[in-house]
Unconditional design. Structure first.
Length: 506
């Protein structure tokens, strides 16, 4: 009898919880609707698809939707700027044109330097609470941003991280050589798994200042993967924490447990680094954070943010580069010859124009996410006769910008020559991103919230690609058909991990 009552309670309780949530949604929408009618701004919003009662345009965001075609449909229907109305949220503006992106993010930089309140399980994951990305635009954000962007990732400091890349590459190349065999016999490798761990390895050294042993690396790597997975599953906490805590109690409890495990692993690293002798030739992110006098919770948040922002975005870019080089043997051989020539002359391979062009073309063709992290309008701004009201959520459709046929010829083709002399984007990476006069793509965002790690990411990917191409010939595995189909999550990856056939060049 008791078991039957327990079973019935588990059946009935979620039903009434969901019903209560639905009724709350209706009342909330009525209240929001009244406020909208009072505001003259809403009549001047960018165009919107016809909203449904209560649901608004929520059906545009079905869980199984394909974001790329959805954005293209939105643009073809409404033009380069559009509004979607989502229950419980301010107007969601989508900007799908590079000129509009430039005008809002660069010319109106201060107005669009704000972030929306984080839609993340902040109560369960304390590591969200102190990040730079979610910090309100203000003095604290400026101080933390300066520490990361200027004190750590200033272009003049990037060469000091070369030993981190060499350490990670040494492990990666050794693993691949063992797989391919010293005799040149080829084999098939899971490129993504190998790339991710090597990227993670390099970034942990830059972050914590020490070469973590293999056991610690793998424990931290597993915790970070669990963290990213739970972050997606618990996004409802940002909207209604109390309701979400009840409906997803087991996930919330798991998040608390995971936070404690991360603390247990990282706190000893902090104490050890405090006692270590300073090395003026290499300053880690942790060194800088300790000097700021932050507490351990804040430092955990910022270190995890550093890893979360860098590992998978860099990994997926590296995977896309190697996929296209395997599919386009002519491009790969040209790159190999230029790397070999530069190496024989003692030059810096990372300064090879064609290598940079290959990486930039991969970033253009495959942005790490179809939509950049959302901005929030800090003040009301008029753009092309439309009003973006204060508090609106502003989204930038990176894929639509990167694939705009008005800017790029045959945009879905992989053509590194675009970034060489005479190409559509005959400008270097920094100008592409930060030039106040013009931008043509924004893989790392633009304006004051632009990703501060763009330079480090470019350096790391170029370093890895140069080494991997000089050591091995990369081909599509026999019997495998590489499709450029995407999978959407926190970042956009290949739907099916790249299985590469590698042959040692030595």
């Amino acid at each position: 009898m008791h078991s039957m009552q327990l079973t019935m309670s588990w059946l009935i309780y979620p039903f009434f919880s969901s019903l209560a949530f639905f009724l709350f949604l209706i009342l909330f929408q009525i209240r929001i609707g009244r406020k909208k009618k009072k505001s003259e701004y809403y009549s001047k919003l960018p165009p919107s698809p016809p909203p449904l009662p209560i649901l608004g345009n929520l059906l545009w965001f079905l869980p199984d939707f394909d974001l790329g075609p959805t954005l293209r449909r939105l643009r073809s229907l409404l033009g380069p700027i559009a509004t979607l109305h989502i229950p419980l949220l301010p107007p969601c503006i989508f900007i799908m044109d590079i000129d509009l992106a430039h005008r809002t993010l660069v010319r109106h930089a201060a107005a669009f330097s704000h972030r929306t309140p984080p839609l993340s399980p902040g109560r369960a994951f304390r590591i969200h609470a102190h990040s730079i990305n979610t910090a309100p635009y203000g003095p604290r954000w400026r101080r933390l941003r300066h520490t990361l962007a200027v004190d750590l990732l200033n272009p003049s400091r990037l060469p000091s991280f070369s030993h981190a890349h060499r350490w990670a590459l040494g492990s990666l190349v050794q693993k691949l050589q063992e797989s391919s065999g010293s005799s040149g016999v080829n084999t098939v490798v899971d490129a993504r798994e190998s790339f991710r761990f090597a990227t993670f390895q390099a970034l942990t050294l830059i972050c914590f200042g020490d070469k973590l042993d293999d056991s610690t690396l793998r424990r931290l790597n597993a915790l970070q993967l669990d963290y990213l997975s739970l972050t997606v599953k618990l996004s409802a906490y940002g909207l209604l924490p109390s309701v979400a805590t009840v409906l997803y109690f087991n996930r919330w409890r798991r998040a608390l447990h995971l936070s404690r495990k991360i603390d247990e692993l990282l706190f000893p690293l902090f104490r050890a680094r405090e006692q270590a002798e300073e090395d003026p030739s290499f300053v880690s992110y942790l060194d800088l954070l300790l000097k700021l006098g932050l507490d351990d919770d804040e430092i955990v948040s910022l270190c995890m943010e550093f890893l979360n922002a860098g590992v998978d975005t860099t990994t997926t870019t590296l995977e896309w580069v190697m996929v296209h080089l395997a599919k386009n043997q002519g491009i790969q051989e040209r790159l190999y010859e230029e790397i070999k020539t530069a190496s024989s002359r003692g030059g810096d391979v990372q300064k090879i124009p064609y290598l940079k062009a290959v990486v930039l073309e991969a970033l253009r063709r495959h942005p790490a996410a179809h939509v950049a992290l959302p901005h929030m309008a800090g003040e009301t701004v008029e753009v092309d006769g439309y009003v973006i009201p204060k508090g609106a959520i502003v989204n930038y459709a990176l894929s639509e910008i990167n694939w705009d046929e008005k800017v790029w010829e045959a945009p879905m083709e992989f053509r590194p020559e675009r970034f060489l002399g005479g190409g559509e984007a005959d400008i270097d990476a920094n100008a592409t991103l930060t030039n106040r006069a013009e931008i043509k793509m924004m893989p790392f965002g633009a304006g004051r919230r632009m990703c501060p790690g763009g330079g480090l990411a470019m350096m790391q990917v170029q370093c890895f690609v140069a080494s991997l191409i000089s050591k091995f010939r990369w081909e599509v595995a026999e019997g495998e058909e590489v499709e450029l189909e995407e999978k959407h999550g926190l970042i956009t990856t290949m739907k099916n991990p790249f299985k590469a056939r590698i042959v040692s060049r030595e």
